[in-house]
Write a protein that binds this ligand. Sequence first.
Ligand SMILES: NC(=O)c1ccc[n+]([C@@H]2O[C@H](COP(=O)([O-])OP(=O)(O)OC[C@H]3O[C@@H](n4cnc5c(N)ncnc54)[C@H](O)[C@@H]3O)[C@@H](O)[C@H]2O)c1
Length: 392
Amino acid sequence: MDAVKLGIAGLGRGFMLSLPALRAHPAIRLAGAYDIRSDARARFATEFDAADHSTLDGLLADQIIDAIYVATPHELHAEQTIAALNAGKHVLVEKPMATSVAECAAMARCATSNGRVLIVGPSHGFDEQIIRAAQLVASGEYGPVRLVTTFNFTDFMYRPRRPEELDDARGGGVIYSQAAHQIDVVRRIIGQDVTGIRAVTGNWDTSRPSDGAYAALITFAGGAAASLTYSGYGHYDSDELVGWIGELGQVKDSARYGDARRKLASLSREDEMAAKLARTYGMDSELPNRPPHNEHFGFLLVSCERADFKVLPNSIEVFGDEVRETIAIAPPTIPRTAVVEEFASAIAGEKPPVHDGNWGLTTTACCAALAQSSQTGTVIDPRTMIQEQSES
Ligand SMILES: NC(=O)c1ccc[n+]([C@@H]2O[C@H](COP(=O)([O-])OP(=O)(O)OC[C@H]3O[C@@H](n4cnc5c(N)ncnc54)[C@H](O)[C@@H]3O)[C@@H](O)[C@H]2O)c1
């Protein structure tokens, strides 16, 4: 079968993280790109012998292109995805799918009405150890799943950021960017509908005034619950609990305490924008092609009635009634291959996707419910939020 000719909208950091998998996958050919940065587009065109489009309309009118990877800032996802679907293209859209339930509902409907594939990712719900943990739960061997405990303490708030990434009104802070990963992980493992979320969010640093932390309790239709904690305030680093392996599978140096905060403190706002730009395509910011470990999203313990599973980047430790055993998880061939594989095989009609538009809609509704619960002090059911959209 011919390779899917993929056009890229947004040659930034998110694209860079997916690039090794996209470049290597036999079912994908990088065929065109659109970005507001003409130098990045020109470089892409040369590197991949691809088309350089100065407008999204131009990219979407290109008959060679079968599919679009939308990797622009959050607030552009809905409009660009809908335009691409209406132009007959399949779409892989970065997480978060968008920053409102209404937008995600419209995107999911648009994919269905055009008969096109829509995948939301990559998120850490695609990580190999998460898929294996989900399989262990689904096997029923250890009894029903009852509880998932997960937390991630990072320096997210002190990495170089665009202004909108620190503006809650535009989907900034950690709720849409980071809870989207954690919610995907627990939904994938538990495999039941979310019935309610009670959460408290935290906005603790007036110099980075958006939500940088949260604690949430999520209930599921089959009776399971998940506790999710996240802090991006750069103090404790929970990678300590997974063998000093970083989110991208890299080896971390535990002695470099406070690096992100210290580097940021020496930068003006202009320097910070330049540092953010330096991590995009075309700026010579190469990523290690094959980190030694699988990617991950923090500490994760899954409790079934007859065993707890500690899910680590390279193994799952099973603490059963009588025995404790370790299941090895193979290191990655190329990170983020799973999302490319899911996209390509859905387009080829080989396998129905897990992370389709409706999956992404539910995850975004959970993010919105998390934020709303903190504001109202009540339990919010994301299904009600989705229902309201389908009625409006
Ligand atoms: N899945 C992940 O692990 C992951 C990691 C990083 C980013 N992301 C996602 O990727 C998206 C982009 O974030 P980022 O960190 O890559 O940002 P970024 O600033 O590094 O990249 C954004 C890119 O979009 C381009 N751009 C901006 N406005 C545009 C427009 N109007 N039209 C076309 N191009 C435009 C910029 O020039 C830049 O190349 C976000 O939604 C983010 O959540 C996901």
